[in-house]
Design a protein. Structure first.
Length: 70
């Protein structure tokens, strides 16, 4: 079975397009794979914690989150 992992494309990520500058994908992730220090700050991704569920990708307004399979 191929492994899935979410990656964050930092070139597409622009928190100004998020609701009040808060990354909705970070709020949605139950494992806290994405963390945002403050509104309008670019979130950080801890890919080692990612299970590849891809729920966060549906909440990203800028489509900066992508699923990789290998």
């Amino acid at each position: 079975m191929p492994k899935r992992m979410v990656v964050l494309n930092y070139q597409k990520c622009d928190p100004q397009f998020c609701q009040d500058g808060v990354c909705q994908a970070a709020l949605l992730c139950k494992r806290k794979v994405l963390s945002q220090i403050a509104p309008h700050e670019t979130p950080e991704l801890n890919s080692e914690m990612c299970l590849g569920c891809a729920v966060c990708t549906t909440a990203c307004a800028g489509q900066a989150l992508e699923v990789l399979q290998w």
